[in-house]
Write a protein that binds this ligand. Structure first.
Ligand code: ADP
Ligand code: MG
Length: 232
């Protein structure tokens, strides 16, 4: 018996965490929600295999944290396992971004409220920064994953039929609808190959102060100011 090389262990463990396009989208949306985003745009190209992009208007990542933001087991959400008792976030293991870097090419553009401009970071397979440059995006974070599973031909092979690819889009759509139910106050947009995908039976209406989210005809949410307006 021989111990596997570290790079192989890394790839195998990352491919257990990132198993599909929908698992990338789920991890990135949860990071956006943990960052307090009220607006999340999910864009896919070629069913997500060429490009997955999740943009949010959350708190952004501080420049001082950027060198470790995608390094495995670095997290801003807990300090030790004792904090698990009072967990208020979706993430806490610090594994998602590092795993995505291992199976795709990743760019992260981010800006906090105290930054003068956003910065786009290009990451390597182990989540370290290769290069960085100023960018024009506003506050929040955009994570772009290109060429998913480029180094895992077996995983890519699984999606070789049009049906499997279409099923994946449906899964992303269903995932977004689930978050729409859970977080009705968050604006969610889903675009595939530059075409907006209607989030089935999921309607958000903004009319002045009134903001409604309806799912299957049931009003789930309307803004507090509207509520006060109705109560007066
Ligand atoms: P985890 O969510 O378990 O902490 P991740 O690998 O998903 O691990 O993310 C690592 C860290 O990067 C997070 O703890 C957070 O500090 C930061 N981060 C990731 N995505 C975002 C985002 N969209 N907005 C702000 N910070 C983010
Ligand atoms: Mg996370």
């Amino acid at each position: 018996m021989k111990q596997l090389p570290a790079a192989t262990v890394r790839l195998l463990s990352s491919s257990q965490i990132i198993t599909s396009v929908v698992s990338v989208v789920k991890e990135l949306i949860e990071n956006s929600l943990d960052a307090g985003a009220t607006s999340i745009d999910v864009k896919l190209e070629n069913y997500g295999f060429d490009k997955i992009e999740v943009r949010d208007n959350g708190e952004g990542i501080k420049a001082v944290d950027a060198p470790v933001m995608a390094v495995k087991y670095y997290t801003s959400k807990i300090n030790s396992h004792e904090d698990l008792e009072n967990l208020t976030t979706y993430g806490f293991r610090g594994e998602a971004l590092g795993s995505i870097c291992c199976v795709a090419e990743v760019l992260i553009t981010t800006r906090t409220a105290s930054d003068n401009f956003s910065t786009q970071y290009v990451l390597d397979g182990s989540g370290h920064i290769i290069s960085q440059k100023p960018s024009h995006l506003g506050q929040g974070t955009t994570v772009t994953a290109l060429k998913l599973f480029k180094n895992l031909p077996v995983r890519k092979q699984f999606y070789s039929t049009a049906k499997k690819c279409k099923d994946e889009i449906k899964k992303v759509q269903d995932l977004l609808i689930s978050y729409g139910v859970l977080k009705p106050e968050v604006r969610l947009v889903f675009i595939h190959n530059k075409v907006s995908i209607i989030l089935d039976s999921f309607i958000s209406i903004c009319m002045g102060n009134l903001k409604l989210r309806m799912i299957k005809g049931i009003v789930l949410y309307f803004t507090l100011c509207s509520l006060q307006h109705y109560l007066q």
